[in-house]
Design a protein around this ligand. Structure first.
Ligand SMILES: Nc1nc2c(ncn2[C@@H]2O[C@H](COP(=O)(O)OP(=O)(O)O)[C@@H](O)[C@H]2O)c(=O)[nH]1
Ligand SMILES: [Mg+2]
Length: 222
């Protein structure tokens, strides 16, 4: 039963991928526990990139449209999906979100779609949504043992973001421990430590996105 459900999800996720590519975009699925800094990261990223990259956001939450409102306040189209209790987004919900996002564009294209998943390190790991890349976030206050405790989220990710590094002086968080435990699970994982408050590591994150989009890095633009 569970396997059938996942198979049906994957078929629809494949259709989502076609819709995303039809919009001219690359999609990134952001997975983390609640409060790891996903929406804040998106707000800062929009500030850095929105003048040269067309960004759209799909927000997943159990209740409220607050995150989509935060993104819209930055001038970027955002669709809020509420699961009404479910602990993850699935391809069917994201399909609705993509159609709603397309309606907001009036035929315009996007370069980059962020899908902010429901805050949870377990359920979202199992559901492919049609994204090109998947990022998992752990913030410094959560502790460095999260890769070992929630292996699936890290095994399925392309990028591991260690967030809120401005708080490192106040927490017993060993960045090297988190890195090496994550790499044991997934040797291909790219890892970036960053802060949305003091901008530590933010340039590496922007470089990652520029690489994804085949953009000329801003620093090298004549
Ligand atoms: N110190 C610090 N706080 C942060 C950072 N990023 C986000 N926060 C705070 O963490 C809380 C949760 O952030 P939010 O982006 O809503 O997390 P989300 O639930 O993953 O979307 C908010 O109070 C943010 O202001 C950061 O880099 N450093
Ligand atoms: Mg959020």
């Amino acid at each position: 039963m569970h396997r059938d459900l996942l198979a049906a999800n994957d078929v629809l996720a494949g259709k989502n991928r076609e819709i995303i590519e039809g919009m001219g975009a690359i999609a990134l699925n952001l997975i983390s526990a609640p409060g790891s800094g996903k929406t804040t990261l998106l707000e800062k990223t929009i500030e850095c990139l929105a003048d040269r990259v067309h960004i759209g956001v799909i927000e997943g939450d159990i209740e409220t449209a607050r995150d989509a409102e935060r993104i819209r306040a930055k001038g970027v189209p955002a669709v809020q999906l509420t699961t009404g209790g479910a602990c993850h987004l699935d391809a069917s919900l994201v399909n609705k979100g993509l159609h709603a996002l397309a309606d907001k564009l009036n035929g315009g294209d996007l370069d980059l779609i962020f899908i902010e998943n429901v805050g949870n390190l377990v359920c979202p790991a199992t559901f492919y949504l049609g994204e090109h890349k998947r990022a998992v976030l752990v913030s410094v206050p959560e502790g460095p043992d999260k890769p070992a405790k929630y292996p699936r989220a890290f095994m399925g990710a392309d990028l591991f973001l260690i967030t809120k590094t401005d708080l490192l002086p106040y927490f017993d968080f060993l960045v090297d421990e988190a890195r090496s435990e994550a790499l044991k699970l997934n040797p291909e994982l790219e890892i970036i430590s960053l802060s949305s408050v003091n901008n530590d590591g933010f340039d590496q994150w922007i470089t990652f996105l520029e690489g994804l989009l085949n953009l000329t890095p801003l620093a090298q633009t004549p």
